[in-house]
Every structure is written in C-alpha cells, then in structure tokens.
Write a protein of this length. Structure first.
Length: 204
C-alpha cells in the first residue's frame, strides 16, 4: 500500500524502521507515530542510545561476544572454566544458553554457519580466531552448539576436520534439541539438559 506522507522526514524515518527484520511499512509507521507522541527528552535518549550502539559497543577480542570493554565479562570471569569452549552461531545464542544457568565454560561466536545458498563460507566466519585460541593450548573440550540443521551439521563437521589435529574432545548438544531446531526456539529446561548431557561428536 502506497501512502502519501505529509513529511519527507516522516517517510524517511518509516523507511529506516522498515529495514529492520520482521518490520513492514505498516508496523514501521506505527512505531514512528508512537515516537512522535514522546517528549523531546525521550526521543533524544532513544536516538543517542542507537548512536552509541554504533560508536561505543565493542566485540570481545577473545570470543567475539558484544561487550562494553575489550574483553567480555564471561571471558574475564576467573570462575569460568576456560578449558571448555562452547561454539555458537551468534550472540543471541550466548544469551539463551546463559539463561539456563547450566553452563560454566566460555564461548566462541562464529558469526554464522556455513551456507553456500546464503553465500556464507568458512572464510566468512570467525573460525581462524577459534583456531588461534585452540593453538594456544589449555582447551580440553569444544562443544559444538550450532543449530540442528543441515547447515549446522556441515559447520560442525568442518570445524571437527579443521581442529581435530589438536588434542581435545569434541561434543555436541544432546538431541533433546530436535533436528531442524534453532537454539532460540528451544525451551530453557530442554536446552539446559542438552548441555549437561552433551554427547561426543560423531564425525560420520
């Protein structure tokens, strides 16, 4: 539906909101009109927060999680088991796993999974960073906590082949997480149990 906007600035704001995942132009218009009902102080706070996301937010130099400092709170926590690395697809997966309160190791964010259909290959992921961490030694186990999809399994196999020369265990989530499921759609209890009951990775 084409709308006749009374303001070019309003139209520009709607178009920007509509670029967000899952937001169409109708929803974007509702959001912008809602913001127009806020006072100038609230709008300024909202705008400044978005700007700070692009200028101040950092990525952990160790695991590539988002953080406010050079090293994220999880990697810098001496109480965490630094010898166990849980490999995840994205930052949201860390938040989901942390919410189970069942895991006390550290993480590594790949930034995606191998998916030729989406133009994602190994060189597009943070695999070299992971290899450097493993090369330094002291890693006993690598938990491959990627989505139980064909792309996730392909990435698991690639990581195993590339990193298997290093002496450590490879494990994956117990299949309480159904085939084809992504972590964000798995309930906390099931996910927590799948971490605690993780199984050796079968490269076949």
């Amino acid at each position: 539906m084409n709308l006749n906007y009374p303001s070019r600035l309003l139209e520009a704001a709607v178009n920007e909101f509509a670029t967000l995942p899952g937001i169409g132009h109708k929803t974007a218009l509702r959001l912008v009109l809602h913001m127009l009902r806020q006072d100038s102080a609230a709008l300024e706070t909202f705008g400044n927060t978005i700007i700070r996301l692009g200028t101040e937010l950092r990525f952990c130099k160790v695991c590539r999680n988002v953080c406010d400092e050079d090293i994220c709170p999880i990697c810098s926590d001496k109480r965490r088991d630094q010898s166990i690395i849980c490999v995840v697809e994205n930052i949201k997966d860390i938040m989901i796993i942390e919410n189970t309160q069942q895991y006390r190791g550290v993480y590594h964010v790949l930034g995606g999974i191998i998916s030729p259909m989406d133009g994602m290959g190994p060189s597009d992921l943070n695999i070299s960073n992971l290899e450097e961490r493993v090369k330094k030694g002291g890693i006993k186990e690598l938990i491959l906590a990627l989505s139980a999809t064909m792309e996730g399994d392909t990435t698991n196999f690639y990581l195993y082949r590339r990193l298997s020369p290093f002496k450590m265990e490879f494990s994956t989530l117990a299949r309480g997480v159904s085939i084809g499921d992504e972590l964000e759609y798995t309930d906390e209890i099931t996910l927590g149990r799948s971490i605690l009951n993780r199984i050796p990775f079968n490269a076949s």
